[in-house]
Design a protein around this ligand. Structure first.
Ligand code: 26W
Length: 819
């Protein structure tokens, strides 16, 4: 291929890459491996970011800016090279420089391991937020654990999910900078003694066990921004290289064992999502992150403002991303009381002005509660502080809600020997928010209602968002370029400008270009599926995608039961006029969530049967893509025609995948749940397909046993009944009638006598009808494409820049840096 003449800036980048390969690896370009080229690219981008960083640091310091510390156990960053290059606005230069060296940028960026430090929505949201914060020039630090192993890799073996470790740091991490000089000590266990000293109580810890927390910083650039922020990742280290006493007495294994035990704290991310189990190691992780982070925050503060502790809320705001980092509240109290010598009232006054909390789920099994005994053993001083917070809370509650012991118990931080983390946040934070309008309404009217009545102005609804730089700019470059060609380039930073596309929805030329890009993206996915699953997929079939964690409330079961019914229908009517359809699933299940894993097996078994049945082969295909994560999401959202957002209404706090599909022109089939409600508001009822029970209808049904209603549906809806019966007649399990019996059982009879708790049967008929409407619509290509364009055009509201703007206005009150 003839090479383009390089621009000056592309030449400079090419020379930088060549230089890095030489200096870092001692190789010429000809001898370098592609992985070396990747690392060299990352290092050149990092150099530029570092240059900006020093400057930005100076400005933040000079301006004395208030800073946000966003504490989260998960930051699902994905790959960084291409988004960093995009944010530096150098995509074209890197593309051309690499091409001149004989490489394609898309191959090179694929060599980076995903930073998979998260389970799902909550972790990816944190990553989108940090991009928007930086893009908006707001000073912020993300704080998390440097897990040596991210979320497990999923491998499908014989249709079953198996889990493999994710050693993402194995080849090194070009983006991080170790900061050993900022290491702090975190103490666990031991005993607490009180002394009367200098006219006041003081607390002494004895026999506690020290673990070192060493930070690694990843600098972050925003899109066309002035500031460089950072993600701080804490890694656990043992203070002792090895125990020399053991070593000298010949116990070589024991000598290093202790060290390993210490370091296990930052070894692996817990793979549970929407479920908590109360494991000691998890509690240690929680305290490790918050203690290290708070020590750092207060040290920074002290070095600038001395002992003026009451000014902390002026200079820092600390965000607690779900309850997992809630121990930051008692830890702040501990440091202010025991180390800085403040009184309880002084310390509490500061603490309750610094912390803000976001709730991300209403699923009761996800609400954290810890046995207080475990607290007393692992965190004895924190246990004392929590007890005191609770004692004072009870006095206050008796004043505001007199003679109501049940309510007091429900609102307690400590009750029945358990620590209730959400209540700790509600009584210790100055702001609380839900992640969509509907979700916030459920919080304020229902599960947090009694707290909300006390300080209603603390409660906010802030609908989630996604960063458009990654979720269209980077993953759908052709569509991004087409949009820029039509409405100018400002939309990547000013997302409401996408509305300027609305008139183009009627423009035939634009429709064709839009449809052509979707087709090209589908072709790329077809190739990926062929390579990874060995399945031939028709690019002209409807791509119907459900990609998200596997959970009963997300109802992959509803989707697969409908597919089974479609399959049956086609077998019964071979001449049916049927628009070809490809159903694509991608989902990880928590390793201990057996029913979710069984649903994965069912999807794979149904896929196996249908894909190998010549009678329906040109009509339906079912694909399960293994190892879903950020990078696979990037391939799926751009290629989908239909986006499945079919959770039981009231259960999905917001969803953010829904927004990614919408932005890239997929049409949603969904319930009135989470942010779907607001998608409907934005795009209008003509352009989104809503079905099923509403949240209040679901709620009403959850309050009484409705076996009769379920029985009635089972006996009257024949297609559904047949699909259900096929779960236990061996159709999809080589004659084994037991394999999927648990799924049948929970739907038809229920776990505790309450059948169909996620309303799969109740919503089935409406779902099928809506699917049929969509298939008919797809055949009318023009109308479909028009609606698809409308989805992209109306997605502007879902930019995380808007979300961050709202957080800042309502809660954080940070000032964008000026200079
Ligand atoms: C302690 C175990 C655990 C781990 C993770 C419990 C709960 C979680 C998260 C709260 C689960 C989660 O990711 N929730 C999702 O958060 C997204 C971002 O706000 C929302 O869009 C999703 O609807 C919500 O399920």
């Amino acid at each position: 291929m003839a090479q383009k003449k390089l621009t000056k800036s592309a030449q400079a980048i090419r020379d930088e890459i060549v230089g890095k390969v030489a200096r870092h690896f001692g190789k010429t370009i000809e001898d370098a491996t592609p992985k070396m080229i990747y690392t060299a690219c990352a290092l050149t981008a990092r150099d530029q970011i570092m240059g900006k960083w020093a400057l930005s640091h100076k400005i933040v310091k000079e301006e004395g800016s208030k800073k946000l510390y966003y504490l989260s156990f998960e930051f699902l960053m994905g790959r960084l090279l291409s988004t960093n290059i995009l944010n530096l606005m150098q995509t074209a230069d890197y593309t051309n420089a690499l091409q001149a060296l004989g490489y394609s940028i898309s191959d090179i960026v694929e060599l980076e391991n995903d930073a998979g430090l998260g389970n799902g929505g909550l972790g990816r949201l944190a990553a989108c937020f940090i991009d928007s914060l930086t893009t908006l020039d707001l000073p912020a630090y993300g704080c998390t654990i440097r897990y040596e192993y991210g979320l497990f890799k999923q491998k499908i073996v014989d249709g079953y999910q198996t889990e493999l470790p994710d050693p993402w740091l194995e080849d090194g991490n070009a983006w991080e900078i170790a900061r050993p000089e900022e290491t702090v000590e975190v103490k666990f266990g031991g005993q607490v003694y009180t002394d009367w000293y200098d006219g006041r109580f003081s607390f002494r810890y004895e026999n506690s066990h020290t673990i070192l927390a060493m930070p690694y910083d990843v600098p972050l650039v925003g899109y066309d921004s002035k500031i460089v922020n950072k993600l701080r990742l804490w890694s656990a280290k043992s203070p002792d290289v090895m125990n020399m006493q053991e070593f000298n007495s010949g116990n070589y294994v024991r000598a290093v064992e202790e060290r390993q035990l210490a370091e296990v704290i930052s070894k692996v991310l817990y793979p549970e999502d929407n479920h908590t189990e109360g494991k000691e190691l998890r509690l240690k992780q929680q305290y490790f992150l918050v203690s290290a982070t708070l020590q750092w925050i207060l040290k920074e503060f002290e070095s600038r403002y001395g002992y003026e502790w009451s000014r902390i809320p002026e200079k820092a705001v600390i965000h607690i991303n779900d309850t997992h980092p809630a121990l930051a509240i008692p830890e702040m109290m501990r440091i202010l009381l025991d180390e800085k010598g403040l009184t309880w009232d002084e310390a509490w006054d500061i603490t309750t002005k610094v912390f803000a909390y976001t709730n991300h789920t209403v699923m009761s099994e996800a609400l954290e509660k810890w046995p207080v005994d475990l607290f007393r053993k692992v965190l004895p001083r924190i246990a004392m502080i929590v007890e005191e917070i609770n004692r004072r809370l009870m006095i206050y509650l008796e004043e505001v809600y007199p003679n109501d012991p049940l309510k007091h118990k429900y609102m307690a931080v400590l009750a029945d020997e358990k620590v209730y983390m959400a209540n700790l946040c509600l009584c210790g934070c100055f702001a609380v928010n839900g992640v969509s309008k509907l979700h916030t309404q459920i919080l304020t009217d229902d599960i947090f209602a009694d707290y909300c009545r006390l300080t209603p102005d603390h409660y906010h609804a802030i609908t989630n968002g996604i960063t458009f730089r990654r979720w269209i700019g980077n993953c759908n470059p052709k569509l991004a370029a087409l949009i820029t060609e039509k409405i100018g380039k400002k939309w990547l930073k000013d997302s409401e400008q996408l509305r300027n596309l609305i008139p183009l929805a009627e423009d035939e030329g634009f429709q064709q270009q839009f449809a052509q890009i979707k087709r090209e993206n589908k072709l790329a996915l077809v190739e990926y599926i062929k390579e990874h699953n060995g399945i031939d997929v028709n690019p002209d079939s409807i791509f119907d995608v459900q990609a998200k964690r596997l959970h009963e409330y997300k109802r992959q079961l509803l989707n697969i039961l409908h597919i089974i019914a479609e399959y049956n229908k086609l077998l019964e009517n071979p001449n049916l006029n049927y628009y070809p359809k490809t159903y694509i699933f991608a989902a990880k299940a928590a390793p201990g969530y057996l029913r979710a894993k069984l649903i994965i097996k069912l999807i794979n078994s149904v896929a196996e049967k249908i894909n190998n049945d010549a009678r329906v082969n040109d009509k339906i295909k079912v694909v399960f893509l293994e190892n879903y994560g950020v990078s696979i999401a990037e391939k799926l959202v751009v290629a989908a025609d239909i986006s499945e957002q079919i959770s039981t209404a009231g259960k999905e706090a917001s969803g953010t995948g829904n927004m990614k599909f919408m932005l890239n022109g997929a049409i949603t089939i969904g319930t009135l749940d989470g942010a779907n409600v607001e998608m409907l508001e934005q795009v209008g009822a003509d352009n989104i397909y809503i079905f099923g029970l509403k949240a209040d209808e679901v709620d009403a049904r959850s309050r009484y046993n409705n076996s009769d209603e379920v029985k009635d549906i089972y006996s009257t809806n024949h297609a559904l009944r047949k699909a259900l019966d096929q779960l236990i007649d061996g159709t999809f399990s080589d004659g084994n009638s037991q394999l999927f019996r648990d799924l049948y059982q929970t739907l038809v009879y229920g776990d505790y006598g309450n059948p169909d708790s996620y309303m799969v049967l109740r919503d089935f008929e409406d779902y099928c009808k809506t699917q049929e409407t969509l298939s008919l619509l797809y055949a009318d290509r023009k109308t479909w494409v028009k609606k698809a364009i409308m989805n992209t055009a109306c997605a502007g509201f879902f930019s995380s820049d808007r979300t961050i703007g709202e957080y800042n206005e309502k809660i954080w009150k940070l000032k964008p840096i000026q200079a």
